[in-house]
Design a protein. Structure first.
Length: 468
């Protein structure tokens, strides 16, 4: 059954059971559905979202809650009875709980933490104590560990005892008496080994771990490079503190992608969903870059003022200013976007700067030549039509020199835009800044100014003593 038809069927059945007002029927229906289908019911029925969560078993309610958008989570916690919200928060895995709490105001976090059980409160405060955007914020302390002197039979007993509360049992971690990480072993190795075999005999000590203060982006890259479902997290002394699972990394990657897209659009990254962002906070996020870009455009006015005499003598040049400026800005924006994306996925590093520049010089020249030829031919065709009385004369007797000036200017401007757009993200990375802030609008503004200087310089070279 197609997903759309299936969801309509579930919605129709949901409408029936809600109308019945029979709590047992509602509960049975919801507990029969997949977690993702229940989440869709929450989105599609905002008036019943708290009823949906309330009628689920607490374990399933937590599973649904942690995959909902932040705005939905906030509304549910706000509307649920106090005892139910406390029960839900206590049931959430520690990493998902922290991920939710760190998006809330401090006062709200303080009140919600009071509702946690002592053991859960201690874990939550420890995770919140790590730096923002660090690996420590998204790790979970729920994992299974064993000692090197344990036998396989003892390991399987440990898994049966503690595995239920663990985030994953795909990988079992080996520690010593001091809590230091010695190895990680896949569960299949235990299942295939004889019961009397010791853990030390299965160890190869070729494990990969993350540091608790590492940036979350580092975790994302390591997961991608090593094809792992979970990785251990240690402190500087190699003490095992927790693990990170692939689902947490996927959420991080999504958030980083959203932030980069917002920055590339010429705004500061939003800390919360667009519709949940207060109006004046949204203005503040957008106003900063708009002001910077606006002031940058003043340089365009200064460049035009410098060539004021040339413009007065040859007003025909003004017609091509938007064409020249936009072509350079567009090529710069393209290059900037491609390089930022390539850096984000690890395809390009700072060491590749010369390869990138060489490539953009060649591509910028070719692209500029294509646009320059189109611009040149456009002026030639228009003049030809004018000569036959089809069009009005726009370019005068020096149309050919104007066409050459426009064509060569486009080569120079597109070439400059490509080089600037590709090198600026790498330069910012070298300086320790976020490459995404070399956004398309910023590159376009920068190339607008320099593009007009290139244009009028070329025009002055060809038209000096003729029109200028």
């Amino acid at each position: 059954m197609p997903p759309e038809i299936k969801q309509l069927s579930i919605q129709a059945r949901f409408d029936e059971v809600i109308a019945s007002e029979d709590k047992l029927v509602i509960q049975d229906f919801l507990n029969e559905q997949n977690i993702s289908d229940v989440a869709n019911l929450v989105y599609d029925n905002p008036d019943f979202e708290t009823q949906v969560i309330s009628h689920l078993s607490i374990h399933r309610a937590a599973s649904v809650f942690k995959i909902l958008d932040l705005s939905e989570q906030k509304r549910i916690i706000k509307d649920l009875p106090a005892f139910k919200s406390a029960e839900l928060l206590n049931e959430l895995p520690a990493d998902d709980r922290v991920d939710f709490l760190e998006e809330l105001p401090t006062d709200t976090v303080r009140e919600l933490i009071k509702t946690l059980e002592p053991s859960e409160r201690k874990i939550t405060l420890e995770l919140l104590g790590y730096p923002e955007n660090s690996v420590g914020r998204i790790m979970t302390p729920d994992y299974v560990y064993v000692y090197e002197y344990n036998t396989v039979q003892e390991v399987l007993s440990t898994i049966r005892r503690w595995g239920t509360n663990s985030e994953t049992i795909d990988v079992i971690y080996v520690i010593n008496g001091r809590g230091e990480l010695l190895d990680d072993i896949r569960i299949r190795d235990f299942l295939l080994a004889s019961p009397e075999v010791k853990v030390s005999e299965l160890m190869d000590e070729r494990f990969i771990s993350l540091k608790v203060n590492d940036d979350q982006e580092i975790a994302s890259k390591i997961f991608k490079m090593n094809n792992r479902v979970a990785l251990p997290v240690t402190d500087d002394k190699n003490i095992l503190l927790g693990i990170i699972t692939i689902d947490d990394v996927l959420w991080v990657a999504q958030e980083e992608f959203s932030e980069d897209m917002q920055k590339m659009g010429g705004t500061e990254a939003l800390d919360e969903p667009y519709l949940d962002t207060p109006f004046f906070k949204l203005l503040k996020k957008r106003a900063g870059w708009l002001i910077v870009l606006f002031l940058g455009e003043f340089l365009t006015a200064s460049a035009l003022a410098y060539f004021n005499d040339e413009i007065a003598k040859a007003t025909v040049l003004v017609m091509f200013m938007p064409l020249i400026a936009s072509s350079g800005g567009n090529s710069g924006s393209q290059a900037s976007t491609l390089i930022i994306q390539a850096m984000a996925v690890g395809e390009i590093t700072l060491a590749d700067w010369w390869r990138v520049m060489r490539r953009e010089i060649m591509s910028g020249f070719v692209l500029g030549a294509i646009l320059g030829l189109i611009g040149f031919l456009r002026i030639c065709v228009w003049h030809s039509l004018m000569a036959h009385g089809v069009m009005h004369d726009l370019y005068g007797v020096h149309w050919f020199l104007i066409a050459v000036s426009v064509g060569i200017s486009l080569i120079g401007v597109v070439l400059w835009g490509s080089v600037t757009g590709s090198m600026l993200p790498l330069l910012l990375k070298k300086l320790g800044a976020d490459p995404a802030v070399s956004s398309a609008p910023f590159v376009a503004t920068l190339v607008d100014v320099t593009g007009l200087i290139i244009y009028f310089s070329v025009a002055y070279f060809f038209l000096k003593g003729i029109l200028l």
